[in-house]
Design a protein around this ligand. Structure first.
Ligand code: G4P
Ligand code: NA
Ligand code: NA
Length: 194
């Protein structure tokens, strides 16, 4: 997505050769017009599948899941990182190990909102190590739902996330794929039909 690549070039802050900050338009302040366009693009890329729900994980995936869900005319669900307050609610759980934080946490979704009749599109802001996204795909499997694929706004292609998902036979589409970066320069991979 050219407009997104341009914004990354203009406003992205490359903090090291692995960490990109996009707080001025994606991750802290959000450019709503761009977010809606991102949603339309995911809807275009995955819209041939009969998607019933968009799934993401709190917090920074939410605006893109919502934009995608609006474009598809379906609800979205965000997995929660904190334990549910109500103990009697039936939930799906996945364990996620965060490499940056060196800790393992659980993500959960109420079983009320996902079941075997669903066709799910997973959306997130960053594809990095892929640990959180693999956790979400495990939940979709546990629910017996169909997974249409995973859409990520920014993929750091030099990290292992895409490989982990593709090993599981999952279709991955990212709107900006970063091959490499260093302060002052970022190199993108071209998507054949993006
Ligand atoms: P993960 O695979 O479980 O996401 O773990 P990882 O350690 O790779 O990433 C930890 C968090 O940092 C994730 O957000 C991820 O989206 C985000 N992240 C990874 N690489 C980058 C980067 O280069 N730039 C920015 N801005 N974020 C990055 P999270 O834990 O899901 O938190 P939240 O921000 O969604 O609340
Ligand atoms: Na995220
Ligand atoms: Na994040």
């Amino acid at each position: 997505m050219k407009a997104l690549e341009e914004r990354i070039r203009q406003e992205g802050q490359i903090l090291s050769d692995t960490v990109l900050k996009v707080d001025s338009f994606l991750n802290h302040q959000v450019d709503t017009a761009l977010a809606l366009d991102i949603g339309k693009e995911f809807a275009r890329l995955f819209g041939s599948a009969p998607i019933t729900k968009v799934l993401t994980i709190e917090a920074s995936g939410i605006q893109f899941a919502m934009a995608t869900a609006i474009a598809l005319g379906v609800p979205f669900i965000y997995a929660k990182k904190k334990k549910a307050i109500t103990l009697n609610e039936q939930v799906y759980f996945a364990e996620v190990h965060s490499f940056t934080r060196q800790e393992t946490y659980q993500v959960s979704i109420s079983q009320k909102y996902l079941d075997a009749s669903d066709h799910v599109l997973i959306v997130d802001d960053f594809l990095a190590t892929g640990a959180a996204l693999v956790g979400l795909t495990d939940i979709v499997k546990e629910a017996g739902a169909e997974l249409a694929g995973v859409g990520c706004v920014i993929e750091k292609s030099f990290q292992e996330g895409r490989g982990l998902l593709e090993q599981r036979g999952i279709a991955v589409r990212s709107l900006a794929r970063i091959a490499s970066m260093a302060p002052g320069e970022v190199h993108f991979i071209e998507e054949a039909d993006a």
